[in-house]
Design a protein around this ligand. Structure first.
Ligand SMILES: [Fe+2]
Length: 298
């Protein structure tokens, strides 16, 4: 399918356009930049790419937690680790500054989440079904419930020669009512007793995610979509290729997406609270509440 209606190329922007761009994102568009819209040192990109010549030092995805400075995925201490830490920290800070000038209605309301470096080739990765990236899915974090807030992700393809290829589906407010009408969806719901127990556990220092009904539903839907061959094969989808050096952003909790191929991407996640949204009626939490008739976050 043509990709004209799935993606918008941003060629210029001004603060007064921020609301329009937020609205497009919240309605399921991918915003695409032909080149990285903030300073990022070529030397740093070279360093990230150089790891392929020096063997398998980056043998898995790297995650960086900006708020605590914790870097995970590269165990060995030493100058390479220190440099990677500095690069991820810079990346996170620069994306945040850029977003502040671009998506102006969100200023002061975003929660900075994890960043990642994805050095693995995505094509033909051998992963269990629920962890496969090449199947259409919406994102939900098992250990970091958003409680109705949205998941906005910004990606950069730092591969110098190869594009990153995605499929994307219709946005949540379009696909979910149809899926719910045609299928028996049965998400688990542990109710208020379960949440009380989770709070109790947290009170004594145990790490039990305090999930709302919304979080439970989104985790269920993430798996259900990957398991459902009819959705995978027959739902409308667009093929997008993000060329070397390009950048894109999308609400991955609302837009079904699958990574078909590509290697070497950077990514930063933001959690966008309900009160920051310019089009809350298109948010997954509101759509779930409307379609199911259940409150999702109380
Ligand atoms: Fe995803």
């Amino acid at each position: 399918m043509a990709n004209a209606s799935a993606q918008i190329e941003v060629v210029s922007y001004a603060p007064e356009q921020g609301r329009w761009y937020c609205d497009q994102l919240e309605h399921g568009k991918v915003l695409y930049f032909r080149s990285i819209p903030f300073d990022f040192l070529q030397d740093d990109i070279k360093f990230l790419l150089s790891q392929k010549q020096t063997g398998s030092r980056f043998h898995k995805n790297i995650s960086f937690r900006p708020e605590t400075g914790v870097l995970k995925g590269m165990d060995a201490a030493g100058p390479d680790r220190d440099r990677l830490h500095r690069i991820m920290s810079d990346f996170s800070r620069k994306v945040t500054t850029f977003i502040g000038g671009f998506l102006t209605p969100y200023v002061g309301k975003l929660k900075l989440d994890f960043a990642s470096f994805r050095p693995l080739e995505e094509h033909n990765r051998d992963l269990p079904l629920h962890k496969r990236n090449d199947l259409l899915h919406v994102d939900a974090f098992p250990t970091r419930p958003t409680r109705g807030a949205r998941i906005l992700r910004i990606f950069v393809n730092i591969n110098p020669s190869t594009g990153r290829v995605w499929n994307v589906g219709e946005p949540f407010h379009e696909f979910f009512p149809r899926v719910a009408a045609g299928n028996r969806l049965a998400p688990p719901h542990r109710g208020s007793l379960g949440r009380s127990l989770a709070k109790l556990a947290a009170g004594v220092g145990l790490r039990v995610p305090d999930r709302t009904r919304y979080d439970e539903y989104m985790l269920y839907l993430h798996d259900w979509l990957k398991e459902n061959s009819d959705f995978q094969q027959n739902s409308p989808k667009y093929n997008l290729e993000f060329p070397p050096g390009s950048c894109w952003m999308v609400y991955t909790d609302g837009v079904p997406h699958a990574v078909i191929s590509g290697q070497y991407a950077l990514e930063q996640t933001f959690i966008v609270p309900r009160e920051a949204l310019v089009s809350p009626q298109a948010s997954p939490v509101r759509v779930l509440e409307t379609v199911t008739g259940n409150a999702m976050t109380s």
